[in-house]
Design a protein around this ligand. Structure first.
Ligand code: HC0
Ligand code: SF4
Length: 581
Protein backbone atom coordinates (compact mmCIF):
# COMPACT_ATOMS: atom_id res chain seq x y z
CA UNK A 1 0.00 0.00 0.00
CA UNK A 2 1.44 3.39 -1.01
CA UNK A 3 0.08 6.30 0.98
CA UNK A 4 0.86 9.85 -0.07
CA UNK A 5 -0.48 13.22 0.93
CA UNK A 6 -1.79 15.60 -1.71
CA UNK A 7 -2.92 19.02 -0.49
CA UNK A 8 -3.17 17.62 3.04
CA UNK A 9 -5.35 14.60 2.10
CA UNK A 10 -3.91 11.14 2.68
CA UNK A 11 -4.47 9.11 -0.49
CA UNK A 12 -3.65 5.66 -1.75
CA UNK A 13 -1.47 5.46 -4.84
CA UNK A 14 -1.11 2.49 -7.19
CA UNK A 15 2.31 0.96 -7.88
CA UNK A 16 4.20 3.02 -10.50
CA UNK A 17 1.44 5.63 -10.52
CA UNK A 18 2.46 9.23 -11.18
CA UNK A 19 1.44 12.05 -8.86
CA UNK A 20 -0.76 13.42 -11.65
CA UNK A 21 -2.56 10.13 -12.25
CA UNK A 22 -3.07 9.59 -8.51
CA UNK A 23 -4.41 13.12 -8.01
CA UNK A 24 -6.75 12.77 -10.97
CA UNK A 25 -8.06 9.43 -9.74
CA UNK A 26 -8.97 11.09 -6.45
CA UNK A 27 -10.60 14.09 -8.09
CA UNK A 28 -7.81 16.62 -7.49
CA UNK A 29 -7.15 18.84 -10.51
CA UNK A 30 -3.59 19.64 -11.57
CA UNK A 31 -3.30 21.62 -14.83
CA UNK A 32 -1.54 19.70 -17.59
CA UNK A 33 -1.20 20.00 -21.33
CA UNK A 34 1.08 17.53 -23.11
CA UNK A 35 -0.10 14.48 -21.18
CA UNK A 36 -3.00 12.38 -22.56
CA UNK A 37 -3.92 9.43 -20.43
CA UNK A 38 -6.18 7.75 -23.01
CA UNK A 39 -3.16 7.12 -25.24
CA UNK A 40 -0.77 6.52 -22.35
CA UNK A 41 1.24 9.61 -23.23
CA UNK A 42 3.19 11.55 -20.60
CA UNK A 43 6.35 12.92 -22.22
CA UNK A 44 6.88 15.60 -19.55
CA UNK A 45 7.58 18.24 -22.20
CA UNK A 46 5.20 21.07 -21.29
CA UNK A 47 5.86 21.02 -17.52
CA UNK A 48 2.59 22.79 -16.75
CA UNK A 49 1.81 20.22 -14.05
CA UNK A 50 4.48 21.54 -11.65
CA UNK A 51 3.79 20.77 -7.99
CA UNK A 52 5.76 21.18 -4.77
CA UNK A 53 7.01 18.00 -3.13
CA UNK A 54 8.26 18.25 0.48
CA UNK A 55 11.67 16.69 0.90
CA UNK A 56 11.71 13.49 2.91
CA UNK A 57 14.17 14.77 5.52
CA UNK A 58 12.15 17.98 6.09
CA UNK A 59 15.46 19.82 6.42
CA UNK A 60 15.77 21.20 2.89
CA UNK A 61 13.26 23.24 0.90
CA UNK A 62 10.48 21.48 -1.01
CA UNK A 63 11.32 20.53 -4.59
CA UNK A 64 9.39 21.47 -7.70
CA UNK A 65 8.47 18.43 -9.80
CA UNK A 66 6.43 17.72 -12.94
CA UNK A 67 3.52 15.64 -11.59
CA UNK A 68 3.05 13.60 -14.79
CA UNK A 69 6.52 12.03 -14.68
CA UNK A 70 7.15 11.88 -10.93
CA UNK A 71 6.08 8.58 -9.36
CA UNK A 72 4.13 8.64 -6.10
CA UNK A 73 6.40 7.36 -3.30
CA UNK A 74 5.31 6.29 0.20
CA UNK A 75 5.12 9.22 2.60
CA UNK A 76 5.40 11.87 -0.12
CA UNK A 77 3.74 15.21 0.68
CA UNK A 78 2.57 17.11 -2.41
CA UNK A 79 1.19 20.62 -2.64
CA UNK A 80 -0.53 21.38 -5.96
CA UNK A 81 -1.34 25.03 -5.32
CA UNK A 82 1.27 26.59 -3.03
CA UNK A 83 2.33 30.02 -4.27
CA UNK A 84 5.57 28.54 -5.63
CA UNK A 85 3.73 25.76 -7.50
CA UNK A 86 1.25 28.22 -8.97
CA UNK A 87 4.01 30.54 -10.11
CA UNK A 88 5.91 27.67 -11.70
CA UNK A 89 2.77 26.52 -13.54
CA UNK A 90 2.08 30.05 -14.75
CA UNK A 91 5.67 30.57 -15.92
CA UNK A 92 5.53 27.38 -17.97
CA UNK A 93 2.37 28.48 -19.77
CA UNK A 94 3.83 31.95 -20.29
CA UNK A 95 6.97 30.47 -21.83
CA UNK A 96 4.92 28.20 -24.02
CA UNK A 97 2.97 31.18 -25.30
CA UNK A 98 6.18 33.14 -25.92
CA UNK A 99 6.41 31.84 -29.48
CA UNK A 100 2.81 30.78 -29.95
CA UNK A 101 0.58 32.43 -32.54
CA UNK A 102 -1.61 34.70 -30.40
CA UNK A 103 -4.29 35.24 -33.02
CA UNK A 104 -6.80 33.13 -31.11
CA UNK A 105 -9.95 34.70 -32.54
CA UNK A 106 -9.11 33.41 -36.03
CA UNK A 107 -8.10 29.91 -34.91
CA UNK A 108 -10.22 26.85 -35.77
CA UNK A 109 -9.80 25.78 -32.18
CA UNK A 110 -11.03 29.04 -30.63
CA UNK A 111 -13.16 28.34 -27.60
CA UNK A 112 -12.25 24.66 -27.62
CA UNK A 113 -8.50 24.86 -27.03
CA UNK A 114 -6.64 23.11 -24.22
CA UNK A 115 -3.94 25.80 -24.19
CA UNK A 116 -6.56 28.51 -23.63
CA UNK A 117 -7.91 26.38 -20.76
CA UNK A 118 -4.58 26.07 -18.95
CA UNK A 119 -3.77 29.76 -19.52
CA UNK A 120 -7.05 30.59 -17.78
CA UNK A 121 -6.43 28.11 -15.00
CA UNK A 122 -2.99 29.48 -14.12
CA UNK A 123 -4.30 33.05 -14.27
CA UNK A 124 -2.07 34.30 -17.07
CA UNK A 125 -3.05 37.88 -17.90
CA UNK A 126 -0.12 39.07 -19.97
CA UNK A 127 2.89 37.67 -21.72
CA UNK A 128 6.29 39.25 -21.04
CA UNK A 129 8.18 37.19 -23.60
CA UNK A 130 6.00 37.05 -26.72
CA UNK A 131 8.12 37.14 -29.85
CA UNK A 132 5.83 37.60 -32.82
CA UNK A 133 8.49 37.15 -35.47
CA UNK A 134 9.56 33.81 -34.00
CA UNK A 135 5.97 32.55 -33.70
CA UNK A 136 4.93 33.64 -37.15
CA UNK A 137 8.13 32.38 -38.74
CA UNK A 138 7.14 28.77 -38.09
CA UNK A 139 6.06 26.44 -40.88
CA UNK A 140 2.47 26.31 -42.08
CA UNK A 141 2.06 23.27 -44.33
CA UNK A 142 -0.94 23.52 -46.64
CA UNK A 143 0.27 20.95 -49.16
CA UNK A 144 -2.42 18.36 -48.37
CA UNK A 145 -5.91 18.74 -49.82
CA UNK A 146 -7.23 17.46 -46.50
CA UNK A 147 -5.19 18.90 -43.66
CA UNK A 148 -3.30 21.99 -42.52
CA UNK A 149 -0.33 21.75 -40.15
CA UNK A 150 0.35 25.10 -38.54
CA UNK A 151 3.49 25.05 -36.43
CA UNK A 152 2.86 28.58 -35.13
CA UNK A 153 0.25 26.94 -32.90
CA UNK A 154 2.19 23.82 -31.89
CA UNK A 155 3.02 23.34 -28.20
CA UNK A 156 5.33 20.37 -28.89
CA UNK A 157 3.32 18.00 -26.74
CA UNK A 158 4.12 15.21 -29.23
CA UNK A 159 0.69 13.61 -28.89
CA UNK A 160 0.45 13.61 -32.71
CA UNK A 161 3.76 11.79 -33.01
CA UNK A 162 2.66 9.20 -30.44
CA UNK A 163 -0.69 8.45 -32.08
CA UNK A 164 0.82 8.30 -35.56
CA UNK A 165 3.77 6.15 -34.51
CA UNK A 166 2.43 3.83 -31.81
CA UNK A 167 -1.30 3.95 -32.56
CA UNK A 168 -1.44 3.99 -36.35
CA UNK A 169 2.10 2.66 -37.03
CA UNK A 170 2.39 5.11 -39.91
CA UNK A 171 5.20 7.05 -38.24
CA UNK A 172 4.92 10.03 -40.56
CA UNK A 173 5.74 12.65 -37.92
CA UNK A 174 9.00 13.40 -36.13
CA UNK A 175 10.49 16.02 -33.80
CA UNK A 176 12.65 18.42 -35.77
CA UNK A 177 15.19 21.00 -34.62
CA UNK A 178 16.49 21.63 -31.13
CA UNK A 179 16.12 24.25 -28.44
CA UNK A 180 13.96 27.18 -29.51
CA UNK A 181 13.72 25.70 -33.00
CA UNK A 182 12.09 22.47 -31.85
CA UNK A 183 9.02 21.64 -33.93
CA UNK A 184 7.09 18.71 -35.35
CA UNK A 185 7.67 17.90 -38.98
CA UNK A 186 7.44 15.08 -41.48
CA UNK A 187 10.33 12.67 -41.89
CA UNK A 188 13.10 13.79 -44.27
CA UNK A 189 11.71 17.35 -44.34
CA UNK A 190 8.89 16.32 -46.67
CA UNK A 191 5.60 18.18 -46.91
CA UNK A 192 2.40 16.50 -45.68
CA UNK A 193 1.38 15.69 -49.26
CA UNK A 194 4.73 14.09 -50.15
CA UNK A 195 5.08 12.19 -46.90
CA UNK A 196 3.84 8.76 -45.83
CA UNK A 197 0.87 10.41 -44.02
CA UNK A 198 -2.42 8.77 -44.98
CA UNK A 199 -4.63 11.66 -43.71
CA UNK A 200 -6.43 9.46 -41.22
CA UNK A 201 -6.78 12.51 -38.96
CA UNK A 202 -6.04 10.73 -35.70
CA UNK A 203 -3.35 13.31 -34.92
CA UNK A 204 -5.97 16.04 -35.32
CA UNK A 205 -8.17 14.32 -32.75
CA UNK A 206 -5.44 14.41 -30.09
CA UNK A 207 -3.89 17.84 -30.85
CA UNK A 208 -4.65 20.12 -27.89
CA UNK A 209 -4.60 23.33 -29.98
CA UNK A 210 -5.32 24.44 -33.53
CA UNK A 211 -1.90 23.30 -34.81
CA UNK A 212 -3.48 20.41 -36.69
CA UNK A 213 -6.79 20.68 -38.45
CA UNK A 214 -8.69 20.00 -41.60
CA UNK A 215 -8.57 22.40 -44.52
CA UNK A 216 -11.60 24.56 -43.79
CA UNK A 217 -14.05 24.71 -46.70
CA UNK A 218 -17.08 26.21 -45.02
CA UNK A 219 -16.77 29.40 -47.08
CA UNK A 220 -16.87 27.50 -50.33
CA UNK A 221 -20.05 25.76 -49.18
CA UNK A 222 -21.60 29.15 -48.41
CA UNK A 223 -20.62 30.34 -51.90
CA UNK A 224 -22.49 27.41 -53.40
CA UNK A 225 -25.49 27.89 -51.13
CA UNK A 226 -25.85 31.55 -52.07
CA UNK A 227 -25.36 31.04 -55.81
CA UNK A 228 -28.80 30.86 -57.46
CA UNK A 229 -27.38 29.07 -60.50
CA UNK A 230 -26.15 26.14 -58.43
CA UNK A 231 -28.21 23.18 -57.27
CA UNK A 232 -26.67 22.07 -53.97
CA UNK A 233 -26.91 18.36 -53.24
CA UNK A 234 -25.87 17.37 -49.71
CA UNK A 235 -25.08 13.90 -48.41
CA UNK A 236 -24.10 12.90 -44.91
CA UNK A 237 -22.30 9.75 -43.82
CA UNK A 238 -23.73 6.86 -41.77
CA UNK A 239 -21.78 7.82 -38.65
CA UNK A 240 -22.46 11.58 -38.70
CA UNK A 241 -26.01 11.21 -37.37
CA UNK A 242 -24.81 9.44 -34.20
CA UNK A 243 -21.77 11.62 -33.45
CA UNK A 244 -22.92 15.14 -34.24
CA UNK A 245 -25.50 15.82 -31.54
CA UNK A 246 -22.81 16.08 -28.86
CA UNK A 247 -21.69 19.44 -30.23
CA UNK A 248 -25.10 20.85 -29.37
CA UNK A 249 -25.51 19.17 -26.01
CA UNK A 250 -27.39 16.00 -26.98
CA UNK A 251 -26.35 12.88 -25.02
CA UNK A 252 -23.54 10.83 -26.60
CA UNK A 253 -24.88 8.54 -29.33
CA UNK A 254 -28.19 10.36 -29.90
CA UNK A 255 -29.47 9.87 -33.45
CA UNK A 256 -29.89 13.40 -34.83
CA UNK A 257 -30.61 12.43 -38.44
CA UNK A 258 -33.86 14.42 -38.47
CA UNK A 259 -32.23 17.52 -37.01
CA UNK A 260 -29.39 17.36 -39.58
CA UNK A 261 -31.90 17.21 -42.43
CA UNK A 262 -33.76 20.17 -40.91
CA UNK A 263 -30.50 22.11 -40.50
CA UNK A 264 -29.51 21.49 -44.12
CA UNK A 265 -32.89 22.74 -45.33
CA UNK A 266 -32.53 25.86 -43.16
CA UNK A 267 -29.11 26.45 -44.68
CA UNK A 268 -30.75 26.46 -48.09
CA UNK A 269 -29.77 23.02 -49.41
CA UNK A 270 -31.69 22.20 -52.59
CA UNK A 271 -31.53 18.40 -52.29
CA UNK A 272 -30.66 16.33 -49.20
CA UNK A 273 -29.52 12.77 -49.84
CA UNK A 274 -28.14 10.03 -47.64
CA UNK A 275 -24.75 8.36 -48.00
CA UNK A 276 -26.49 5.31 -46.50
CA UNK A 277 -28.38 4.93 -49.79
CA UNK A 278 -25.07 4.73 -51.64
CA UNK A 279 -23.74 2.30 -49.04
CA UNK A 280 -26.55 -0.03 -50.15
CA UNK A 281 -25.49 0.44 -53.78
CA UNK A 282 -21.89 -0.36 -52.84
CA UNK A 283 -23.04 -3.60 -51.26
CA UNK A 284 -24.80 -4.58 -54.49
CA UNK A 285 -21.60 -4.08 -56.46
CA UNK A 286 -19.15 -5.35 -53.87
CA UNK A 287 -20.99 -8.59 -53.09
CA UNK A 288 -21.29 -9.38 -56.79
CA UNK A 289 -17.60 -8.56 -57.20
CA UNK A 290 -16.61 -10.72 -54.27
CA UNK A 291 -18.58 -13.72 -55.49
CA UNK A 292 -17.05 -13.33 -58.92
CA UNK A 293 -13.54 -13.20 -57.46
CA UNK A 294 -14.22 -16.20 -55.24
CA UNK A 295 -15.36 -18.09 -58.34
CA UNK A 296 -12.04 -17.20 -59.97
CA UNK A 297 -10.22 -18.32 -56.80
CA UNK A 298 -8.80 -14.81 -56.35
CA UNK A 299 -8.48 -14.21 -52.64
CA UNK A 300 -8.51 -12.33 -50.40
CA UNK A 301 -10.52 -9.28 -51.42
CA UNK A 302 -10.18 -6.11 -49.33
CA UNK A 303 -12.94 -3.54 -48.93
CA UNK A 304 -12.03 -0.19 -50.44
CA UNK A 305 -14.50 2.30 -49.02
CA UNK A 306 -12.19 3.82 -46.39
CA UNK A 307 -9.97 6.42 -48.10
CA UNK A 308 -7.26 6.50 -45.42
CA UNK A 309 -6.93 2.73 -45.89
CA UNK A 310 -6.54 3.25 -49.65
CA UNK A 311 -3.83 5.85 -48.95
CA UNK A 312 -2.18 3.39 -46.55
CA UNK A 313 -2.26 0.57 -49.09
CA UNK A 314 -0.91 2.82 -51.84
CA UNK A 315 1.91 4.25 -49.73
CA UNK A 316 2.83 1.33 -47.51
CA UNK A 317 1.63 -1.89 -49.23
CA UNK A 318 1.41 -1.17 -52.98
CA UNK A 319 1.95 -4.87 -53.70
CA UNK A 320 -1.47 -5.56 -52.13
CA UNK A 321 -3.39 -3.10 -54.34
CA UNK A 322 -4.63 -5.77 -56.80
CA UNK A 323 -6.49 -7.32 -53.86
CA UNK A 324 -8.63 -4.24 -53.24
CA UNK A 325 -12.24 -4.24 -54.36
CA UNK A 326 -12.69 -1.98 -57.38
CA UNK A 327 -16.02 -0.68 -56.08
CA UNK A 328 -15.87 3.02 -55.26
CA UNK A 329 -16.78 4.24 -51.80
CA UNK A 330 -20.36 5.22 -50.93
CA UNK A 331 -19.35 8.90 -50.88
CA UNK A 332 -18.13 8.70 -54.47
CA UNK A 333 -20.95 6.43 -55.68
CA UNK A 334 -23.46 8.93 -54.33
CA UNK A 335 -21.66 11.74 -56.15
CA UNK A 336 -21.69 9.87 -59.46
CA UNK A 337 -25.31 8.83 -59.22
CA UNK A 338 -26.33 12.35 -58.17
CA UNK A 339 -24.75 13.72 -61.35
CA UNK A 340 -26.09 11.12 -63.78
CA UNK A 341 -29.23 9.27 -62.71
CA UNK A 342 -30.68 11.98 -60.45
CA UNK A 343 -30.65 14.84 -62.98
CA UNK A 344 -32.13 12.50 -65.57
CA UNK A 345 -34.99 11.65 -63.18
CA UNK A 346 -35.51 15.18 -61.87
CA UNK A 347 -34.94 17.11 -65.09
CA UNK A 348 -31.98 19.12 -63.79
CA UNK A 349 -28.96 20.21 -65.81
CA UNK A 350 -26.11 18.14 -64.30
CA UNK A 351 -23.67 21.01 -64.88
CA UNK A 352 -25.53 23.03 -62.23
CA UNK A 353 -25.19 20.35 -59.54
CA UNK A 354 -22.59 20.53 -56.77
CA UNK A 355 -22.34 17.60 -54.39
CA UNK A 356 -21.27 18.42 -50.84
CA UNK A 357 -20.52 15.66 -48.33
CA UNK A 358 -20.53 15.83 -44.56
CA UNK A 359 -18.17 13.16 -43.27
CA UNK A 360 -16.63 12.12 -39.93
CA UNK A 361 -13.43 11.81 -41.91
CA UNK A 362 -10.48 13.92 -43.02
CA UNK A 363 -9.31 11.55 -45.77
CA UNK A 364 -12.63 11.92 -47.63
CA UNK A 365 -11.35 15.40 -48.54
CA UNK A 366 -8.45 14.01 -50.50
CA UNK A 367 -10.45 11.08 -51.81
CA UNK A 368 -12.68 13.50 -53.70
CA UNK A 369 -9.64 15.05 -55.42
CA UNK A 370 -8.34 11.74 -56.84
CA UNK A 371 -7.89 12.15 -60.60
CA UNK A 372 -9.58 8.81 -61.30
CA UNK A 373 -12.75 9.92 -59.49
CA UNK A 374 -14.09 12.22 -62.19
CA UNK A 375 -16.96 11.88 -64.61
CA UNK A 376 -16.22 11.47 -68.29
CA UNK A 377 -16.80 15.21 -68.86
CA UNK A 378 -14.17 16.15 -66.28
CA UNK A 379 -16.67 17.06 -63.55
CA UNK A 380 -15.74 15.99 -60.03
CA UNK A 381 -17.99 13.33 -58.59
CA UNK A 382 -17.98 15.13 -55.26
CA UNK A 383 -17.33 18.87 -55.14
CA UNK A 384 -16.69 19.57 -51.47
CA UNK A 385 -16.27 17.61 -48.26
CA UNK A 386 -16.88 19.04 -44.81
CA UNK A 387 -15.78 17.20 -41.72
CA UNK A 388 -18.31 16.92 -38.91
CA UNK A 389 -16.33 19.68 -37.17
CA UNK A 390 -16.69 22.04 -40.12
CA UNK A 391 -20.39 21.26 -40.36
CA UNK A 392 -20.76 22.36 -36.72
CA UNK A 393 -18.87 25.56 -37.57
CA UNK A 394 -21.09 26.13 -40.59
CA UNK A 395 -24.26 25.87 -38.52
CA UNK A 396 -22.85 28.28 -35.95
CA UNK A 397 -21.90 30.72 -38.70
CA UNK A 398 -25.55 30.71 -39.78
CA UNK A 399 -26.85 31.00 -36.22
CA UNK A 400 -28.40 27.53 -36.19
CA UNK A 401 -28.65 25.44 -33.04
CA UNK A 402 -29.55 21.81 -33.60
CA UNK A 403 -31.62 21.75 -30.42
CA UNK A 404 -34.01 24.39 -31.75
CA UNK A 405 -34.80 22.54 -34.97
CA UNK A 406 -37.79 20.28 -35.48
CA UNK A 407 -36.54 16.96 -36.88
CA UNK A 408 -37.36 16.50 -40.53
CA UNK A 409 -37.26 13.51 -42.91
CA UNK A 410 -35.68 12.82 -46.28
CA UNK A 411 -38.02 13.51 -49.16
CA UNK A 412 -36.01 12.64 -52.23
CA UNK A 413 -37.78 9.75 -53.99
CA UNK A 414 -34.64 8.48 -55.73
CA UNK A 415 -31.60 8.53 -53.47
CA UNK A 416 -32.39 8.83 -49.79
CA UNK A 417 -33.94 5.55 -48.63
CA UNK A 418 -31.60 3.17 -46.88
CA UNK A 419 -31.63 -0.28 -45.37
CA UNK A 420 -30.33 -1.27 -41.95
CA UNK A 421 -27.35 -2.76 -43.76
CA UNK A 422 -26.40 0.66 -45.14
CA UNK A 423 -26.75 2.22 -41.70
CA UNK A 424 -24.22 -0.05 -39.99
CA UNK A 425 -21.43 0.88 -42.44
CA UNK A 426 -20.32 3.46 -39.90
CA UNK A 427 -18.92 0.93 -37.42
CA UNK A 428 -16.21 -1.70 -37.67
CA UNK A 429 -17.63 -4.93 -39.11
CA UNK A 430 -20.64 -3.14 -40.59
CA UNK A 431 -19.61 -3.36 -44.24
CA UNK A 432 -18.81 -7.04 -43.77
CA UNK A 433 -22.18 -7.76 -42.18
CA UNK A 434 -24.05 -5.84 -44.85
CA UNK A 435 -22.19 -7.76 -47.57
CA UNK A 436 -22.88 -11.13 -45.94
CA UNK A 437 -26.63 -10.39 -45.86
CA UNK A 438 -26.64 -9.75 -49.61
CA UNK A 439 -24.20 -12.50 -50.61
CA UNK A 440 -26.35 -15.02 -48.78
CA UNK A 441 -29.39 -13.92 -50.74
CA UNK A 442 -27.54 -14.04 -54.08
CA UNK A 443 -26.21 -17.53 -53.39
CA UNK A 444 -29.32 -19.08 -51.82
CA UNK A 445 -32.20 -17.09 -53.28
CA UNK A 446 -33.57 -16.47 -49.78
CA UNK A 447 -32.74 -14.24 -46.85
CA UNK A 448 -30.30 -15.12 -44.11
CA UNK A 449 -32.29 -16.48 -41.17
CA UNK A 450 -30.49 -14.47 -38.47
CA UNK A 451 -30.07 -11.03 -39.98
CA UNK A 452 -27.68 -9.86 -37.28
CA UNK A 453 -24.41 -11.68 -37.83
CA UNK A 454 -23.20 -11.41 -34.25
CA UNK A 455 -19.83 -13.19 -34.72
CA UNK A 456 -18.82 -10.14 -36.77
CA UNK A 457 -19.70 -7.64 -34.07
CA UNK A 458 -16.72 -7.71 -31.70
CA UNK A 459 -14.59 -4.67 -31.06
CA UNK A 460 -11.04 -6.06 -30.94
CA UNK A 461 -8.68 -4.35 -33.39
CA UNK A 462 -8.38 -7.48 -35.50
CA UNK A 463 -11.15 -10.07 -35.64
CA UNK A 464 -11.70 -13.13 -37.75
CA UNK A 465 -14.74 -15.34 -38.38
CA UNK A 466 -15.97 -18.10 -40.64
CA UNK A 467 -19.38 -17.35 -42.15
CA UNK A 468 -21.51 -20.08 -43.70
CA UNK A 469 -22.87 -18.65 -46.95
CA UNK A 470 -23.82 -22.03 -48.36
CA UNK A 471 -24.46 -23.04 -51.98
CA UNK A 472 -21.44 -23.25 -54.21
CA UNK A 473 -19.58 -20.80 -51.98
CA UNK A 474 -19.70 -22.69 -48.69
CA UNK A 475 -17.82 -21.09 -45.84
CA UNK A 476 -16.34 -17.63 -46.28
CA UNK A 477 -13.35 -16.79 -44.11
CA UNK A 478 -13.40 -13.16 -43.12
CA UNK A 479 -11.27 -10.69 -41.17
CA UNK A 480 -12.01 -7.19 -39.95
CA UNK A 481 -9.43 -4.66 -38.78
CA UNK A 482 -9.93 -1.16 -37.46
CA UNK A 483 -7.03 1.14 -36.74
CA UNK A 484 -3.88 0.96 -38.83
CA UNK A 485 -1.87 -0.95 -36.21
CA UNK A 486 -4.03 -4.08 -36.56
CA UNK A 487 -4.28 -3.39 -40.31
CA UNK A 488 -0.51 -3.47 -40.66
CA UNK A 489 -0.38 -6.73 -38.72
CA UNK A 490 -2.86 -8.27 -41.15
CA UNK A 491 -1.09 -6.88 -44.23
CA UNK A 492 2.19 -8.37 -43.01
CA UNK A 493 0.54 -11.78 -42.61
CA UNK A 494 -0.89 -11.60 -46.11
CA UNK A 495 2.46 -10.58 -47.55
CA UNK A 496 4.11 -13.48 -45.74
CA UNK A 497 1.46 -15.90 -47.06
CA UNK A 498 0.39 -16.94 -43.58
CA UNK A 499 -3.17 -15.54 -43.71
CA UNK A 500 -6.10 -17.50 -45.07
CA UNK A 501 -9.03 -15.17 -45.79
CA UNK A 502 -11.60 -14.56 -48.49
CA UNK A 503 -12.85 -11.12 -47.54
CA UNK A 504 -11.28 -8.43 -45.37
CA UNK A 505 -12.83 -5.22 -44.10
CA UNK A 506 -10.49 -2.38 -43.16
CA UNK A 507 -11.35 0.87 -41.41
CA UNK A 508 -8.29 3.07 -40.79
CA UNK A 509 -9.67 4.83 -37.73
CA UNK A 510 -9.81 2.84 -34.51
CA UNK A 511 -13.53 2.22 -33.97
CA UNK A 512 -14.44 2.81 -37.62
CA UNK A 513 -16.20 5.97 -38.83
CA UNK A 514 -18.07 6.49 -35.54
CA UNK A 515 -14.70 7.57 -34.19
CA UNK A 516 -13.31 8.94 -37.44
CA UNK A 517 -10.59 11.56 -37.64
CA UNK A 518 -13.08 14.19 -38.87
CA UNK A 519 -15.33 13.87 -35.86
CA UNK A 520 -15.79 16.44 -33.14
CA UNK A 521 -12.73 16.86 -30.93
CA UNK A 522 -12.83 16.18 -27.23
CA UNK A 523 -10.50 17.80 -24.77
CA UNK A 524 -8.13 15.55 -22.84
CA UNK A 525 -9.91 12.49 -24.19
CA UNK A 526 -9.52 10.10 -27.10
CA UNK A 527 -12.01 7.50 -28.33
CA UNK A 528 -14.40 7.51 -25.42
CA UNK A 529 -17.69 7.53 -27.32
CA UNK A 530 -17.36 4.89 -30.04
CA UNK A 531 -19.38 2.15 -28.38
CA UNK A 532 -22.42 4.33 -27.61
CA UNK A 533 -22.45 5.68 -31.14
CA UNK A 534 -22.14 2.16 -32.54
CA UNK A 535 -25.03 0.91 -30.38
CA UNK A 536 -27.22 3.58 -31.95
CA UNK A 537 -26.23 2.42 -35.44
CA UNK A 538 -27.23 -1.11 -34.51
CA UNK A 539 -30.54 0.25 -33.15
CA UNK A 540 -31.16 2.13 -36.42
CA UNK A 541 -30.64 -1.15 -38.28
CA UNK A 542 -32.97 -3.04 -35.93
CA UNK A 543 -35.71 -0.44 -36.26
CA UNK A 544 -35.55 -0.45 -40.05
CA UNK A 545 -38.21 -2.47 -41.86
CA UNK A 546 -35.73 -3.11 -44.67
CA UNK A 547 -32.50 -4.66 -43.46
CA UNK A 548 -30.77 -5.80 -46.61
CA UNK A 549 -29.28 -3.54 -49.28
CA UNK A 550 -30.90 -5.53 -52.09
CA UNK A 551 -34.34 -4.88 -50.57
CA UNK A 552 -33.95 -1.10 -50.59
CA UNK A 553 -36.73 -0.07 -53.01
CA UNK A 554 -34.81 2.95 -54.30
CA UNK A 555 -31.78 0.77 -55.00
CA UNK A 556 -34.02 -1.67 -56.85
CA UNK A 557 -35.40 1.23 -58.92
CA UNK A 558 -31.88 2.48 -59.67
CA UNK A 559 -30.93 -0.91 -61.12
CA UNK A 560 -34.25 -1.38 -62.90
CA UNK A 561 -34.26 2.08 -64.53
CA UNK A 562 -30.60 2.93 -64.95
CA UNK A 563 -27.84 0.50 -64.06
CA UNK A 564 -29.54 -2.76 -65.10
CA UNK A 565 -27.52 -5.00 -62.80
CA UNK A 566 -24.42 -5.04 -60.66
CA UNK A 567 -21.32 -5.01 -62.84
CA UNK A 568 -23.28 -4.07 -65.96
CA UNK A 569 -21.25 -2.01 -68.39
CA UNK A 570 -22.72 1.21 -67.02
CA UNK A 571 -22.24 0.15 -63.40
CA UNK A 572 -18.66 -0.73 -64.16
CA UNK A 573 -18.03 2.57 -65.85
CA UNK A 574 -19.60 4.67 -63.10
CA UNK A 575 -19.11 2.79 -59.85
CA UNK A 576 -15.72 1.08 -60.14
CA UNK A 577 -12.22 2.50 -60.03
CA UNK A 578 -8.52 1.66 -59.75
CA UNK A 579 -5.65 2.59 -57.44
CA UNK A 580 -2.22 4.03 -58.09
CA UNK A 581 1.05 2.60 -56.81
FE1 HC0 B 1 -17.69 6.12 -43.31
FE2 HC0 B 1 -18.40 5.21 -45.58
S1 HC0 B 1 -18.91 4.24 -43.60
S2 HC0 B 1 -16.21 5.46 -44.94
O1 HC0 B 1 -16.77 5.10 -42.14
O2 HC0 B 1 -17.97 2.64 -46.68
O3 HC0 B 1 -16.37 8.77 -43.37
O4 HC0 B 1 -19.86 7.08 -41.55
O5 HC0 B 1 -19.37 7.78 -45.16
O6 HC0 B 1 -17.98 6.58 -48.27
O7 HC0 B 1 -21.21 4.87 -46.28
C1 HC0 B 1 -16.87 7.80 -43.20
C2 HC0 B 1 -18.98 6.78 -42.12
C3 HC0 B 1 -18.78 6.87 -44.80
C4 HC0 B 1 -18.16 6.06 -47.28
C5 HC0 B 1 -20.18 5.04 -46.07
C6 HC0 B 1 -18.07 3.65 -46.37
FE1 SF4 C 1 -0.17 10.27 -38.96
FE2 SF4 C 1 -2.77 10.01 -39.59
FE3 SF4 C 1 -1.80 12.33 -38.65
FE4 SF4 C 1 -1.12 11.55 -41.09
S1 SF4 C 1 -3.18 12.09 -40.40
S2 SF4 C 1 0.24 12.40 -39.56
S3 SF4 C 1 -1.03 9.32 -40.82
S4 SF4 C 1 -1.92 10.36 -37.57
Amino acid sequence: LILISIDGQTLEALPEESILACARRHGIYIPSLCELNDIDHAPGTCRVCMVEVASQDQASAPLLAAACVTPARPGMAVNTHSRRAREAQRLQVELMLADHNQDCATCVRHGNCELQDVAQFVGLHSNRFFDRSRAMGRTVDRSSPAMVRDMSKCVRCQRCIAICRQGQTVDALVVTGTGLDTAVGLHHGLSQAESTCVTCGQCVLVCPTGALGERDETDRVLDYLFDPEIVTVFQFAPAVRVGFGEEFGFPVGTNVEGQIIAALRQLGADIVLDTNFAADVVIMEESAELLRRLGERRRPTFTSCCPAWINFAERHYPDLLPLLSSTKSPQQCLGVIAKTYLPERMGIDPARIRVISIMPCVAKKDERTRPQLQLANGMREVDLVLTTREFARLLKRRGLDLRNLTPSTFDNPYMSAYSGAGAIFGTTGGVMEAAVRTMYRIVNGRELEHTEVTPLRGFEGLRTAAVEVGGSVGTVKVAMAHGLGPTRELCERIRAGTADFDFIEIMACPGGCVDGGGNLRSKKAYRRNALKRRDTLFAIDRANGVRQSHNNPQVQALYRDFLEQPFSERAHQLLHTWYSD
